[in-house]
Design a protein around this ligand. Structure first.
Ligand SMILES: [Zn+2]
Length: 141
């Protein structure tokens, strides 16, 4: 089982700010997450001109979804200055919308501070819109 301290160190280990093209940088934030199955995924942010980039959390979640998982047990993000940062509003929404069980995702906000995603997204619209969260997208052609 991965501890919070281990997850923080994994996120810290991938922070590596660099210019990757004349219009893009990457790696100023690193994120690591552990899923309900115990798998670990990680990713860095990619920042581009014209706001085409994405957050480190998105990158880690994309890897997780690629491997067929959606339930995040714990997630953390670290800034290049070494501090743990809270997920932005878009990431909070993204984490919740990919799996409503992620309302209980543990979000590490400090060395000794963890909150649930639900605490960061009170009175969520999905909870009040009666969205059918069990519905499946029809993938048949
Ligand atoms: Zn974000």
């Amino acid at each position: 089982m991965t501890t919070d301290a281990e997850l923080i160190e994994i996120a810290r280990s991938i922070v590596n700010p660099k210019v990757i093209s004349p219009s893009a940088t990457a790696g100023s934030v690193g994120s690591a997450l552990v899923t309900g199955s115990g798998a670990i995924y990680k990713g860095v942010c990619v920042d581009t001109h014209c706001s085409l980039g994405f957050c480190a959390e998105h990158n880690a979640i994309g890897s997780m979804v690629t491997e067929g998982e959606t339930h995040i047990k714990t997630i953390v993000a670290l800034h290049k200055r070494g501090n743990i940062i809270s997920p932005c509003g878009r990431c909070r929404e993204f984490i919740y919308q990919i799996d409503v069980k992620n309302a209980e995702t543990r979000v590490i906000l400090g060395e000794d501070r963890v909150v649930s995603l639900r605490e960061l997204l009170p009175e969520h619209w999905i909870d009040t819109a009666r969205v059918d969260t069990d519905s499946k997208i029809d993938t048949a052609e």
